[in-house]
Design a protein around this ligand. Structure first.
Ligand code: IPD
Ligand code: CA
Ligand code: CA
Length: 258
């Protein structure tokens, strides 16, 4: 069953990514969602349709949660959590840091996750208990033990006013410590790059399950740690995400909560 599921997951991922590649250099319609710069393109929808078609062809009764269509609700134990383009603003501006991200839950727990950036040809995959891989090579989290020498990544929400803590203040604290802090514009890629040991830590407020589901499992299976800002066990439905190599987790929590 899991092999079949994995095949479908990868086929769906590629079907979506084919749409990103097809339209990247071309013209496509871009619209604002609730905020002027919270964008959706017609390619988000084409990618989403292509992904869902592959999944439903194989598993017509599975539950689907996908960013643009929302919930296709069934009483299945399986739930597919889909971001048809993570990094839409990058995509719309011709910046090749964007991806398709798909996670699969079984009975409310993540079973598989995959993230594919077709422009860098990087496919991240993890299955619960079986490790995490980049283009089939095992992934390992970084070894850095101190936040003082860490390389971090973050992102900022579109809906600024609704956020309790001020993300700029947290960002400022890390910058004032002299740390390199990057902002790539794709939470799924941020998480995968922590799993790959390129970054030591990532935090962000107000992400959605489709931004995080696959990347969360990929980090865990690479040996990293993900919690909310209280350090509690994580759920992809949480609104605070701290993902690290585990070794700098407590130190980062302190700075975030200062
Ligand atoms: C966004 C990206 C970005 C993050 C935003 C997300 P989208 O997803 O992951 O890095 O900062 O909060 O909404 O809109 O490109 O799918
Ligand atoms: Ca997203
Ligand atoms: Ca998206």
């Amino acid at each position: 069953m899991n092999e079949e599921l994995k095949n479908t997951l990868l086929r769906a991922l590629h079907a979506g990514a084919d749409q990103l590649k097809k339209y990247f250099d071309g013209t496509f319609e871009i619209k604002s969602k609730e905020r002027l710069n919270d964008l959706v393109t017609e390619v988000d929808k084409k990618s989403e349709t292509a992904i869902i078609d592959v999944i439903q062809d194989e598993y017509p009764d599975h539950f689907i949660l996908s960013e643009e269509v929302g919930e296709i609700s069934t009483d299945s134990n399986y739930k597919w959590i889909i971001d048809p383009i993570d990094g839409t603003v990058n995509f719309a501006h011709g910046i090749p840091i964007c991806c398709v991200s798909i996670g699969v839950e079984l009975d409310g727990k993540l079973l598989m996750g995959a993230v594919f950036n077709p422009f860098m040809n990087e496919l991240f995959f993890a299955e619960k208990g079986k490790g995490a891989f980049l283009n089939n090579k095992p992934l390992k989290i970084s070894d850095n033990k101190s936040v003082k020498t860490a390389c971090l990544v973050t992102g900022f929400p579109y809906r600024w006013v609704e956020v309790g803590k001020d993300p700029i203040k947290v960002f400022e604290r890390f910058i004032r410590m002299g740390l390199p802090v990057r902002r790539l514009g794709s939470a799924a890629i941020d998480l995968c790059w922590v799993a790959a040991g390129r970054f030591d830590g990532f935090w962000e407020y107000n992400l959605n399950p489709w931004d995080i589901a696959a990347g969360y499992l990929i980090i865990e299976e690479a040996g990293g740690k993900v919690t909310n800002f209280n350090g509690d066990p994580y759920s992809v439905y949480d609104k605070q995400t701290l993902a690290t190599n585990g070794k700098i987790h407590e130190e980062m929590l302190k700075v975030i909560n200062e």
